[in-house]
Write a protein that binds this ligand. Structure first.
Ligand SMILES: [Fe+2]
Ligand SMILES: [Fe+2]
Length: 421
């Protein structure tokens, strides 16, 4: 469901607008559509939640009165919204007043100045709650329609990115090299587990998984005679093999990966080494993106699992080889984490060992990897909205929240600071 989020910063003791009248106005504007509208009282949201909210670009419209615009919280909210480009492009700012007194107009001008500094004055709209009610409702509906369109566009892009990733893996599997397709799926899983163990954020883990699935996209342009050669590569062949990183970078730059743009960095850095001796740029240590360092380790580890014409390492050999390369090829912190997993919880990365400690590995399904990504993104969004509902009234107990403490006008629109439903 696409939600429209309207945040307001109206003060109870406002002299320039009757708060309940303003809230009534907002309620009127969405009669019949209440379930899709979330109305938040900024005054009751804790700072962290609000920041997250702004960063996520999920405020569609901010409503102030002349008084609240000039309060510290009002100013800081407007600045936060303006400083985030994604939010700034989509968020309208509304000044609600109920008189034309000179003093109020002056105060309204304060927010105008702020917006003017940022060249965004056109996003500020003024309405008188007494005389402009119909106009206000029409404008809100218009803003909402624009927001719904931009959210739909956003969701479409997200779906396109996942479809693109799926098609890349399928194309490699069907038309190029089945082993490489398995390799990238396995790398994605190993990378995900390392990241989870290291406390990387869920948002970054999604990027990591997509980046891992795309990291060898450049291999589709490598000759089969080189890519599938069962023996050691000549210098010339090795040079061609190495070019898959740059070829992949060029290929990926043709696509808009939206929230997953960082996946391109992963693909272009997955053969960099912690000591700076990798390729193509010779980046060193923290110069290499953290997610790229994870994929680099997962990539080399997976290669040591073995393939049809080459037996893999045994458990101890694998772990000691990884430890030997900690600090030179790999980020040592990541190595510690992965060795722990391979030793104590190998099943997390679809690995087991036979009685002779030989590695047996399975590969996760592409659809499952992508489905999990989609589910976790949707769940996070839902949790986020739920947390907003919980945080809007942090000082009230559950019983108090359910008590009828609102005045009759607040009740008409379903309370001022809860989801209207
Ligand atoms: Fe590679
Ligand atoms: Fe790879």
């Amino acid at each position: 469901m696409i939600k429209f989020v309207m945040a307001h910063c109206l003060a109870d003791d406002s002299v320039s607008v009757d708060k309940s009248k303003a809230l009534e106005c907002m309620g009127d504007a969405f009669k019949g559509d209440e379930k899709e509208v979330t109305l938040l009282d900024i005054n009751n949201i804790n700072e962290d939640t609000l920041q997250k909210f702004i960063q996520n670009g999920q405020i569609d419209c901010l409503v102030f009165s002349p008084d609240t615009v000039v309060t510290p919280v009002g100013k800081s909210i407007v600045s936060s919204v303006l400083s985030n480009k994604d939010v700034a492009n989509n968020c309208k700012i509304i000044n609600l007043y109920s008189s034309q007194e000179e003093q109020d107009v002056k105060k309204s001008a304060e927010i105008g100045k702020l917006l003017l500094q940022e060249n965004s004055e056109s996003r500020l709209l003024h309405f008188d709650v007494n005389t402009d009610r119909v106009l206000f409702a029409q404008n809100l509906q218009g803003i909402r329609n624009d927001s719904v369109k931009s959210r739909e566009k956003y969701q479409q892009l997200e779906n396109d990115i996942l479809d693109f990733t799926r098609s890349v893996v399928q194309n490699i599997e069907t038309n190029k090299d089945e082993y490489t397709a398995k390799h990238i799926r396995s790398v994605s899983k190993i990378a995900e587990v390392i990241a989870q163990k290291r406390g990387i954020s869920p948002e970054e883990i999604d990027i990591l998984k997509i980046g891992a699935l795309l990291h060898d996209i450049g291999k589709t342009d490598i000759a089969d005679s080189v890519l599938k050669k069962p023996s050691r590569l000549t210098d010339e062949e090795f040079k061609e093999m190495r070019s898959h990183v740059t070829l992949g970078e060029i290929e990926l730059n043709n696509y808009n990966l939206g929230d997953f743009e960082r996946a391109k960095i992963i693909a272009s850095e997955h053969h960099e080494r912690y000591d700076g001796k990798g390729y193509p740029r010779g980046l060193k240590g923290d110069e290499i993106d953290e997610l790229s360092r994870i994929v680099s380790l997962a990539d080399s580890t997976q290669a040591m699992f073995g393939r049809s014409y080459q037996s893999g390492k045994k458990k101890d050999e694998l772990i000691s080889e990884l430890k030997r390369c900690a600090g030179s090829q790999f980020d040592p912190k990541m190595v510690d984490t992965l060795c722990d997993v391979l030793d104590k919880e190998p099943e997390l990365v679809y690995v087991s060992y036979d009685e002779n400690e030989n590695i047996i590995y399975d590969v996760p399904d592409t659809d499952k990897l992508l489905e999990d990504t989609m589910l976790s993104r949707n769940k996070r969004e839902q949790d986020f909205f739920d947390s907003l509902k919980e945080n809007t009234n942090p000082d009230l107990s559950e019983d108090e929240k359910n008590m009828d403490t609102s005045n009759s006008k607040d009740k008409e629109i379903g309370k001022d600071n809860k989801t209207i439903e």
